[in-house]
Design a protein around this ligand. Structure first.
Ligand SMILES: Cc1cc2nc3c(=O)[nH]c(=O)nc-3n(C[C@H](O)[C@H](O)[C@H](O)COP(=O)(O)O)c2cc1C
Length: 237
């Protein structure tokens, strides 16, 4: 697909594919980026030829990109991790996790980022394929709403707590291996959603879920960039 579509950037999660495959991605002309959740992973990614490292802090929504550790209790937050990675690698670093407005972007740049990756803040944009049911849950999300769980897919990911996460998780040694937990939950999820319930639905979102806004993605992007520049100006001035 990459050879056919020739995207400008290919982003990997959970480490990198084997060298022969990675070489084909690069030969297709794509820049390669990938997530690191600890300094060791960032150094490994740089040694294996990525063009930039995404530094994913514990605040981030969705799956942890971890691949040299599975200890979620020790995953650093972005404020602590970002300057340590910026010191450890020469490639540009992209900050991810809990960034949802101009203040967060300015802080990330101050901590050594060359760019930011914003996920959760876009989930309520009309372009996102977020269902109405999930939008409602995200709109009500607070700073205390999310937890990291492995019971939804078999791998640790952060989302708004639902009944399954609360009752059999948030972390369980009995969760089927990734991605089998998700397929096993499929029928329960579908049946519950018919009754307007998200008891078994992935509500992936980060700790800044409350800062998400209901506006078109292009408008949000311009607003984020504009307010980041204003914030940086205020700090310098
Ligand atoms: C709904 C959702 C789906 C995601 N899916 C992916 C994915 O498929 N691949 C990936 O590299 N990261 C994925 N992420 C993680 C983001 O790349 C990023 O680390 C995260 O969104 C940044 O933190 P934030 O959500 O607090 O902005 C996802 C995040 C969310 C919220």
């Amino acid at each position: 697909l990459v050879e056919e579509l020739k995207p400008e950037v290919v982003s990997f999660h959970f480490g990198l594919p084997e060298n022969a495959l990675l070489d084909r991605v690069k030969a297709a002309g794509a820049k390669v980026i990938a997530s690191a959740t600890i300094v060791r992973e960032a150094i490994w990614l740089e040694e294996h030829g990525v063009d930039a490292v995404i530094v994913q802090g514990a605040e981030a929504g969705g799956h942890r990109g971890m691949f040299m550790t599975d200890d979620i209790a020790r995953q650093p937050g972005l404020f602590a991790l970002l300057p340590q990675v910026a010191d450890a690698v020469r490639v540009p670093v992209i900050a991810a996790g809990g960034i949802a407005d101009g203040r967060g972007i300015a802080a990330a740049f101050a901590l050594g980022a060359a760019g930011v990756q914003v996920g959760t803040a876009y989930l309520r944009c009309p372009e996102a394929r977020t269902s109405a049911l999930v939008r409602m849950q995200l709109a009500q999300g607070t700073d205390e709403a999310t937890m990291i769980t492995n019971v939804m897919t078999g791998r640790p990911a952060r989302g708004v707590a639902n009944r399954l996460m609360r009752e059999v998780g948030p972390v369980s040694a009995d969760a089927p291996a990734f991605p089998h937990a998700a397929s096993a939950l499929g029928p329960l999820k579908a049946a519950a959603e018919q009754h307007g319930k998200t008891d078994f639905t992935n509500l992936w979102a980060g700790q800044a879920v409350r800062l998400g806004r209901d506006m078109p993605a292009a408008e949000l992007t311009r607003a984020l960039a504009g307010s980041a520049v204003a914030q940086l100006g205020r700090l310098v001035g």
